[in-house]
Write a protein that binds this ligand. Structure first.
Ligand SMILES: Cc1ncc(COP(=O)(O)O)c(C=O)c1O
Length: 310
């Protein structure tokens, strides 16, 4: 069962968990019941999408690949001159405070958000954000629904692309996800669960919420990485393939290669690896996008998470 059965399945569909009705949310140093957790209508994140965020996952009381997430967050904030105002140690301490207050240990998803803070007037210029950043940490009990693994995801190629780095670099996990939201709407209109986005040259790139991989004749292919999110899970999958002797290539490839793939899957912190059963109405492989390479990668990834969160 998903949290709302009337809604379509997505890569972020989770089992309903009543404990989430009373979670405590960190807002600028204070822990507030979710009904009381609020930010100003003058907040740069609300007004402009001017902020960065990370999605993290908790296993056995530990945040998986915490350093990688912190690297990405601090790098992107530095790139847009957003001063987080807390050291890495202090931010991790805020995560821990929120986790302990909610008594959470496993199957938890966290959205850690940092915006440029409250503006003095409702306009774009960053100099109008004068009171320091807004930091919000939402943690929810969340377990991906089983059907994501058994049924797989249906993708539709969408007109919306992830653009060149000099427009809005796809590596920014910015609050403004409008580019991805438009892709998602286009996929929904095409009757699919998620949008497969091409790069500006027409090569297969990413989906609106996850990184995308195909398997052809035992080789794992993913995009060059130039036009997609520098996903932590993407990087781990590439490293695991290399360590295990699975040939893996970051390369340009087209929809012809994707339609004809033996296996295809998405990667992301929430769902780890999710099989892709269908692209533009064409079935992938013979078993809903799954196959021996997908199974091997999933096993290796689970082992890595277990080893690093002991
Ligand atoms: C557009 C997009 N691609 C890929 C990902 C997956 O990244 P990660 O593996 O770090 O969760 C995300 C996650 O936020 C995303 O928003």
């Amino acid at each position: 069962m998903t949290s709302d059965d009337t809604q379509p399945e997505t890569t972020h569909s989770a089992e309903d968990d009543p404990r989430n009705r009373d979670i405590l949310i960190y807002v600028d140093g204070a822990l507030k019941h979710r009904d009381e957790a609020k930010v100003s209508v003058y907040d740069s994140g609300f007004m402009l999408g001017d902020g960065m965020w990370e999605g993290l996952r908790l296993y056995n009381g530990k945040w998986a690949f915490l350093d990688d997430h912190m690297d990405r967050l601090y790098d992107s904030c530095k790139a847009v001159a957003l001063d987080i105002g807390l050291s890495r140690t202090e931010l991790v301490a805020a995560l821990e405070e929120t986790r302990l207050a909610n008594e959470m240990t496993h199957d938890v998803h966290c959205r850690l958000m940092v915006t440029r803070g409250v503006k003095v007037r409702p306009f774009q210029h960053p100099s109008l954000s004068r009171s320091g950043p807004t930091i919000v940490i939402i943690m929810e009990h969340s377990k991906p629904v089983d059907t994501l693994q058994s049924k797989g995801i249906r993708l539709a190629t969408v007109p919306q692309v992830r653009g060149l780095p000099m427009s809005q670099d796809a590596k920014y996990n910015s609050h403004s996800k409008l580019n991805c939201v438009i892709a998602c709407l286009q996929a929904e209109q095409a009757g699919a669960d998620e949008g497969l986005m091409l790069d500006p040259h027409g090569f297969v790139n990413t989906t609106n919420a996850c990184n995308f991989f195909i398997v052809r004749k035992g080789e794992v292919w993913t995009s060059t990485g130039d036009y997609c999110m520098n996903g932590v899970t993407r990087r781990k999958v590439i490293e695991l393939c290399r360590q295990d002797g699975i040939p893996v290539f970051e390369r340009n490839y087209s929809l012809v290669d994707a339609y004809g793939a033996d296996e295809a899957f998405l990667t992301g912190t929430f769902g780890a690896q999710t099989p892709v059963a269908e692209i533009d109405g064409r079935s992938i492989g013979t078993d809903g996008g799954r196959g021996p390479v997908f199974a091997r990668i999933r096993t290796l990834y689970k082992a890595l998470v277990a080893e690093t969160t002991q």
